[in-house]
Ligand binder design. Structure first.
Ligand SMILES: Nc1nc2c(ncn2[C@@H]2O[C@H](COP(=O)(O)OP(=O)(O)OP(=O)(O)O)[C@@H](O)[C@H]2O)c(=O)[nH]1
Ligand SMILES: [Mg+2]
Length: 240
C-alpha cells in the first residue's frame, strides 16, 4: 500500500477558486486526497464542496457552523487526518497563492524530513508575485521578527503551504495550540522545531490571489506580534 497524503484546504468564500483548485491538486499525485474545511461560507462554497465529494471518493469535506478562524480549521483537519491512515498532511490555501504544481516537490522533500515548508524567502531571494509593497514588507519583516523572538531559524515561518509527517502532528500537543491567524503557522513550526523534528524548506513561488477576497486583518497581525513572545516564554519553561 502506498503511503497516502491529505491536503487540507480551509475555505471561506472561495467558490470559484475551490472548484478549480481541487482537480489540479488531485492530478499531481495518485496518493493525494483533499479535505475541505468550510466555515459555512455565505457564497455556497460548502455546498459545492459537498457536491464534489459526492462524485469523487478522494474528496472529503468538514463543515463548521461559522467563521471560526484558520487555526482551528486546520486543527480540526489534523484530527480528522490522524483518525485515518494518512502518512503525510498538507496545509494549503484555496486561493491559488499556493500552486498545486509544487505538491510533488513537497512529496519528494518529505522523504527526508518531518516537516517541509514552502518558503518565499530562501537564499536571499523573494519569490512573491503581485503583492503590494507594504504587504510584502510586512511579511518579510514579520519573518525576521519571528526569527529573533522565537530563536527558531526559519526563512519563512508565516507561510501556509506545508507538509507534516504524521508523527509531527502526533508529537505536538494540538490541544495547547492557541493561535488562529498567521501566528498559527509560526506556532506549529516553532513547536515542531522545539520538539526536534527535522524541518526542510523548499522554494515556492507565491502569487497573490486574483479571485475572492483576503481574510487578512489587523487583529491577525496583532495576534502574531504577541504570540511569538508567548512561544518564547513557553520554550524557556520547557513547555513547547
Ligand atoms: N475555514 C476557514 N477558512 C479560512 C478562514 N480564514 C481564511 N480561510 C481560508 O484560508 C486560506 C487563506 O486565507 P486568505 O484569505 O487567502 O488569507 P491570506 O492568504 O493570508 O490573505 P491573502 O494573501 O490576502 O489572500 C483561504 O483558502 C481562505 O479561504 C476561516 O476563518 N475559516
Ligand atoms: Mg491568500
Amino acid at each position: 500500500m502506498p503511503e497516502r497524503a491529505l491536503v487540507i484546504i480551509p475555505t471561506y468564500n472561495e467558490l470559484n477558486n475551490l472548484q478549480l483548485i481541487v482537480p489540479q491538486v488531485l492530478e499531481q499525485d495518485p496518493r493525494l486526497d483533499v479535505l475541505v474545511v468550510d466555515d459555512n461560507s455565505p457564497d455556497g462554497t460548502g455546498r459545492v464542496a459537498e457536491e464534489m465529494a459526492g462524485t469523487n471518493p478522494r474528496i472529503h469535506v468538514l463543515h463548521r457552523p461559522g467563521k471560526l478562524g484558520l487555526g482551528t480549521a486546520y486543527l480540526a483537519g489534523f484530527r480528522w487526518a490522524l483518525d485515518r491512515d494518512y502518512a503525510f498532511v498538507f496545509e494549503m490555501d484555496a486561493d491559488f497563492s499556493h500552486d498545486p504544481k509544487h505538491l510533488p516537490q513537497f512529496l519528494a522533500a518529505i522523504e527526508d524530513a518531518d516537516l517541509v515548508l514552502g518558503s518565499r524567502y530562501l537564499g536571499g531571494r523573494v519569490t512573491v508575485v503581485n503583492w503590494p509593497m507594504p504587504r510584502l514588507l510586512l511579511s518579510y519583516f514579520a519573518n525576521i521578527y519571528a526569527r529573533v523572538v522565537t530563536g527558531v531559524r526559519l526563512g519563512d515561518a508565516t507561510g501556509g503551504f506545508k507538509c507534516f509527517r504524521r508523527r509531527v502532528l502526533e508529537g505536538i500537543d494540538l490541544g495547547a495550540v492557541r493561535s488562529n491567524g498567521y501566528a498559527f503557522q509560526i506556532e506549529m513550526s516553532t513547536r515542531a522545531a522545539r520538539r526536534g523534528f527535522r524541518i526542510v524548506e523548499i522554494p515556492i513561488v507565491f502569487v497573490d490571489r486574483t479571485d475572492g477576497v483576503s481574510k487578512m486583518s489587523k487583529s491577525i497581525v496583532r495576534e502574531a506580534v504577541w504570540m511569538v513572545w508567548r512561544l518564547r516564554l513557553l520554550a524557556i519553561l520547557g513547555r513547547l
